[in-house]
Design a protein around this ligand. Structure first.
Ligand code: FES
Ligand SMILES: [Fe+2]
Length: 357
């Protein structure tokens, strides 16, 4: 495991962007502890349905807000009030913005510093996403739209918890432009085209090739990250599908990852063949990712890549990734270094993308 500083990615330890921290079903009126971005955090769902994610420790005397089973505040079910949360120790109450709005026993004004850092939250495809930003600014982009989630013709993903990796997310991002691993790891033969594109906070890879784990035929894939932590991949074959991979830093140099696959079967409603094929396809997609995992879980950190002709544009992807580890005012500088279409030697461009230019 190596750190952000050892990779030389930027001045921040953790990236800016949207990141998964749990599933919608994990957010209830019982606050739960989380640990991401090297910090202890908590999550709960207020009475209005709003999900709140904030730092774990009360500013009064540093009590953990979600690790108490014996305070009468907790036992009497008084911890969540509307969308607010009460500390188990002395009952200070905090709004979803993290500001203290009541100290039950103190007649004095509430100190300005009585505030907990709260993170912007989105519910997206049954997942809880937070905006992490070391500068604590509001989001400057949104997660990719997901109309398939509410479309009855699509079978929604169930989330596969892939566990933790002692691996810096840089190594996962490298996969985005890694043309040469597609044959050995995914059994991709007969590659018709492979092209990478960086456009501001989005990095994309389009390819058409065989995929031994998933399909006997040539598949087209359109895969993109919206920011540094959420990947979607549209795969077209007999079954159209949309894959999600989320990964979120835990400490500097480790991460937790999840996978899911939504499928649009050829028949609506599904016939018996579809009903058997959809879960098999979801499982196959997970297995394909675990083939990458097998490498990531055991490799040493690659601080600089020994690039050869025929490798994908790793340098462009690494430059793209830096925008999220540096002050927002410098993001354009890194985007200027990576924006564009990049074609790997030995492959062709996506004819559709080329024609559209
Ligand atoms: S420690 Fe939280 S209210 Fe005192
Ligand atoms: Fe891969």
């Amino acid at each position: 495991m190596a750190t952000t500083a050892e990779y030389g990615i930027g001045e921040f330890t953790f990236p800016r962007g949207w990141f998964m921290v749990g599933e919608s079903k994990d957010a209830t009126e019982k606050p739960i502890p989380l640990r991401y971005f090297g910090r202890d955090m908590i999550m709960y769902r207020g009475a209005s349905g709003r999900v709140v994610v904030m730092d774990a420790y009360c500013p009064h005397m540093k009590t953990h807000l979600a690790k108490n089973e014996t305070s009468y505040i907790v036992l009497d079910g008084q911890q969540i009030e509307g969308d607010d949360i009460r500390c188990p120790y002395h009952a200070w109450k905090f709004g979803p913005d993290g500001k203290c709005n009541e100290i039950p026993y103190s007649p004095a004004p509430i100190p300005k510093a009585a505030k907990i850092r709260s993170f912007p939250v989105r519910e997206w495809g049954g997942l809880i996403l937070i905006w992490h930003d070391e500068e604590e600014n509001e989001p400057d982009f949104e997660p990719h739209a997901l109309p398939e989630w509410d479309d009855p013709k699509w079978v929604n993903w169930r989330v596969d918890h892939l566990g933790t990796l002692d691996c810096h997310p840089q190594e996962i991002i490298d996969n985005m432009t890694d043309k040469a691993h597609l044959g050995p790891i995914h059994g991709s033969t007969d590659m018709e085209y492979f092209e990478s594109e960086c456009k501001d906070h989005v990095i994309r890879q389009v390819l058409a090739a065989g995929h031994r784990t998933l399909s006997d035929e040539v598949m087209t894939n359109d895969t993109w990250y919206t920011g540094p932590g959420i990947l979607l991949s549209r795969m077209n074959g007999y079954y159209s599908s949309l894959m999600m991979i989320c990964h979120t830093p835990i400490e500097d140099g480790s991460l937790r990852a999840w996978h899911g696959l939504m499928v649009e079967p050829p028949n609506y409603p599904m016939n018996d063949e579809d009903k058997a094929a959809v879960p098999a396809f979801q499982e196959g997609s997970k297995m394909a990712l675990l083939q990458d995992f097998d490498v990531w879980a055991n490799k040493a950190p690659c601080l600089s890549i020994m690039q050869v002709v025929g490798d994908g544009p790793f340098g462009k992807a690494r430059a793209w990734y830096k925008q999220f580890y540096n002050p927002r005012k410098d993001a354009k500088k890194y985007q200027a270094k990576s924006n564009g279409h990049w074609v790997t030697k030995g492959t062709k461009r996506d004819p559709w993308v080329e024609a559209a230019e």
